[in-house]
Write a protein that binds this ligand. Structure first.
Ligand SMILES: [Zn+2]
Length: 393
């Protein structure tokens, strides 16, 4: 039903605070109320439903916004699991010591700001930050919240004295579980991300009359750097290191002029901060060597630094025990994608479970998961919540 909002062929187009996304948020709040939860949409668009009368709660959630023309499960699956678990909890009487708080965090995908809703919920962004945030088209977050009717409302925040844990179920968005023929993945950590930019300043000259040995060719430096980076990451990275040279620019970009300026962007990810730091140092060294060799000037800078987030070992163990009890084939793995859990874990114990993505596909309308796996993920999450609630009789 949720997938009807922004439905596009076999996928969903529902970027944060688009018309479809706002309709989906209001729909979700109504479903929460129907389930007997106290439901609100707060001042940043987070949709929150709480079981009434509880002093302590387990937070269950994920996100309902999508990338443009994305899949129907990314984020939404975890929110629907959470809603159904809370509904079952209420139907069973809802009178345990530990309650449930279901949250759909706004703008996980970063139309305005990656993991926006969880940053506000965890107090890492505040009301005063609202005005400075825009999407890539220059549309302001504040204005979008006003249009949605959410602006000016109180912003809900987490309280570590009341919120004892955060659990998030999500599709894997990669091929590991499918390749290993497992139904459930227990996330041990979420990788850290580094983005670096290297600029080479050469000299524009006639490409026919300037001898090769006298050129200051910024493009040649860039190509050499790109090739050697591949070798560097293979030898110095861990078996988990992944990297992408997805963006580059050369100027003036024509065949009869020696290139005067080249810029290379590099993203790399790894579960270990130590490995990331080492790679950053090696990258700096390499850019200096390359600049030297091609007689160009260089500038390098790390432009994005996101540290890896280790999930709470006790909660990972609880999810694993539930998977084992339910006889689901499972394994531990790290997440190569960012998730709200990496923000929540800064404040309270948090953990995640994954279900397989068919063909590893995600952020695409072809994203899907086998029905048995969808069902199994809900069972494991639900069992883990029951176990945690039973711990506090
Ligand atoms: Zn997601």
């Amino acid at each position: 039903m949720l997938a009807r909002f922004g439905e596009y062929q076999t996928g969903v187009n529902r970027p944060a605070l688009s018309g479809e996304d706002i309709a989906a948020r209001n729909w979700l709040r109504n479903r929460m109320e129907e389930a007997g939860l106290e439901a609100i949409i707060d001042g940043v668009g987070n949709v929150i439903g709480r079981t009434p009368g509880h002093h302590k709660r387990i937070i269950l959630g994920s996100h309902t916004d999508t990338v443009p023309f994305g899949g129907w499960l990314d984020g939404a699956m975890g929110v629907v699991y959470s809603l159904e678990i809370a509904r079952t909890y209420m139907e069973a009487g809802g009178n345990n010591n530990i309650g449930i708080e279901v949250v759909s965090f706004n703008d996980e995908e970063g139309r305005f700001y990656a993991l926006l809703g969880s940053h506000f919920y965890c107090g890492l962004l505040e009301k005063s930050d609202l005005t400075g945030i825009h999407d890539t088209d220059g549309i302001s977050l504040q204005e979008s919240l006003e249009n949605a009717g959410f602006a000016g409302r109180e912003i809900a925040t987490l309280d570590p004295a009341k919120h004892i844990a955060y659990l998030e179920a999500h599709i894997e968005q990669g091929p590991v579980l499918e390749n290993e023929k497992r139904t459930i993945g227990l996330v041990t950590e979420i990788v850290g991300i580094r983005r670096s930019r290297v600029k080479f300043y050469g000299q524009a000259d006639h490409a026919g009359t300037t001898p090769m040995k006298l050129r200051k060719d910024a493009a040649a430096a860039l190509y050499n750097m790109a090739t050697r980076l591949e070798a560097l990451y293979r030898s110095e990275g861990s078996p988990h290191t992944v990297w992408n040279l997805g963006k580059a620019r050369i100027e003036p970009g024509t065949l009869n002029v020696v290139c005067s300026f080249a810029e290379l962007f590099i993203e790399y990810r790894d579960p270990s901060s130590e490995t990331l730091r080492k790679l950053q140092n090696k990258l700096d060294q390499l850019s200096a060597e390359v600049a030297d060799r091609y007689r160009v000037e260089k500038e390098s800078a790390e432009v994005v630094t996101i540290e890896p987030a280790k999930m709470d070992p006790m909660l990972v163990g609880r999810l694993e025990a539930a998977a084992k009890n339910l006889k689901k084939r499972h394994m531990r793995l790290h997440s190569g994608a960012g998730h709200d859990a990496m923000v929540l874990v800064k404040r309270i114990p948090a953990a995640m479970l994954f279900v397989p993505s068919i063909g590893g596909r995600s952020h695409d309308i072809n994203e899907n998961t086998q029905e048995y796996d969808l069902f199994s993920g809900a069972q494991v999450l639900s069992q883990t919540v029951s176990d945690l609630v039973d711990d506090h009789p």
